[in-house]
Design a protein around this ligand. Structure first.
Ligand SMILES: Cc1ncc(COP(=O)(O)O)c(C=O)c1O
Length: 377
């Protein structure tokens, strides 16, 4: 059997990882400035994380959600405390798309409405509902077109007021910072207005923090820069540092009913252990402060380059718009041995682990600048 051929791939075969370093089969080392799409939050094979999961694997790996699971409760408590969403409830699942799917469903159950407002440029995943709120026609099959979704321009307050004012919207879904779409931020004013309008018109405000959350921007969730509270928040990626785990944080006014949501694997012992270990490391190693500090340095250095058109994002979620960004990304990988990501339009995307050091950041800037100077791209 062959693999279903859906991914464009580089011909590099990583065999090991430690911190920000990835080692390929040929022994070459790479610096990870992308964390596998922002998944690696506390570095590859962090010893504390590895030890916790290994111990749990040797104790109990799985049982179902029909029995009580103390580790889930501990995770909910710890996540509530560290995120500032203490009084919210947590539903655990396995991937980002699944978290979004459940968030949309909760909003619709609660409001009794079905139309969703999503933003142009948004990416929320590839299951049916998540894809319906993703602004990319080319990913949608005929099967996926039945949902009622309206796409509106990011940061256009007038259209936001018009659409929410129709009072038929179950949820407005916004990424904390748009990742796949090119590292674009909702403005503070936009988020604050969205908060007020959603409350007035009985619409659930969903913040998708799957890429921008979990400390990446220097706050636990990116939308916390706007000093607002979302009704529902989705998390995944950095939550498990590579172990598949995702969550939906749900405001207390959403009533849970038995059987309303469910999943076989969601919240399993290994996933919760991984997620707890990530939170312990974020807390013990002050990774929010680190994300802010190293992010500030990268922003300052990148903004100083005249060949860089624009630097967008916050903390360690950085979009570098420049001419020939795609070629630059390939040269960074092949010549500079630094792995980065890419978003349209012409934007290199950086999502390094949150325990990146200032020296790693200096190395990136030095390689980035010298590749641009020495090689005509
Ligand atoms: C903001 C956002 N939401 C949802 C998803 C989907 O997550 P997953 O690939 O785990 O389904 C992604 C993935 O890139 C994302 O960036």
């Amino acid at each position: 059997m062959n693999l279903f051929d859906v991914y464009s791939q580089y011909k590099i075969n990583f065999k090991a990882g430690k911190g920000l370093t990835l080692t390929a089969a040929d022994g070459k080392e790479y610096l990870d400035f992308y964390g596998g799409h922002g998944v690696i939050s506390i570095g590859h094979c962090h010893p504390y994380y590895t030890e916790k999961i290994t111990n749990q694997l040797n104790t109990l790996a799985f049982y179902t959600n029909v029995i009580q699971n103390d580790i889930q409760e501990e995770l909910a408590r710890k996540l509530g405390k560290i995120s500032g969403y203490n009084d919210y409830n947590l539903f655990l699942c396995n991937s980002g798309a699944e978290a979004v799917e459940n968030a949309l469903k909760i909003a619709s159950f609660h409001t009794g409405k079905k139309r969703i407002l999503a933003l142009k440029g948004a990416f929320h995943g590839r299951t049916s509902g998540a894809l319906a709120v993703t602004d990319n026609e080319s990913l949608r099959s005929e099967y996926n077109v039945a949902h009622e979704v309206t796409f509106i321009e990011l940061n256009d307050v007038q259209v936001l007021e018009e659409e929410l004012g129709k009072e038929d919207v179950a949820a407005l879904i916004i990424e904390g910072i748009q990742g796949v779409g090119g590292v674009y931020e909702p403005s503070v004013e936009y988020l604050q207005l969205a908060r007020n309008l959603c409350t007035n018109y009985n619409t659930a405000l969903i913040l998708d923090e799957i890429q921008a959350g979990y400390g990446r921007t220097g706050k636990f969730f990116a939308h916390q820069y706007a000093d607002i509270k979302a009704d529902i928040i989705t998390t995944a990626k950095g939550m498990g540092n590579g172990f598949p785990v995702a969550g939906v944080l749900i405001a207390p006014h959403f009533e849970a009913k038995k059987g309303m949501l469910g999943t076989t694997y969601g919240g399993n012992y290994l996933a919760c252990t991984a997620a707890l270990a990530v939170l312990d490391v974020i807390e013990n190693e002050n990774l929010l402060e680190n994300a802010q500090r190293v992010g500030d340095y990268l922003f300052m250095e990148l903004k100083a380059q005249d060949f860089v058109k624009e630097v967008r994002g916050k903390g360690l979620m950085i979009g570098i718009e420049m001419e020939n960004a795609k070629e630059m990304r390939t040269k960074l990988l092949m010549d500079g041995k630094i792995f980065t990501g890419f978003s349209a339009p012409a934007t290199i995307r950086l999502l390094p682990p949150l325990n990146i050091t200032l020296n790693d950041a200096k190395r990136f800037i030095q390689v980035f600048n010298s590749i641009h100077e020495n090689v005509s791209i």
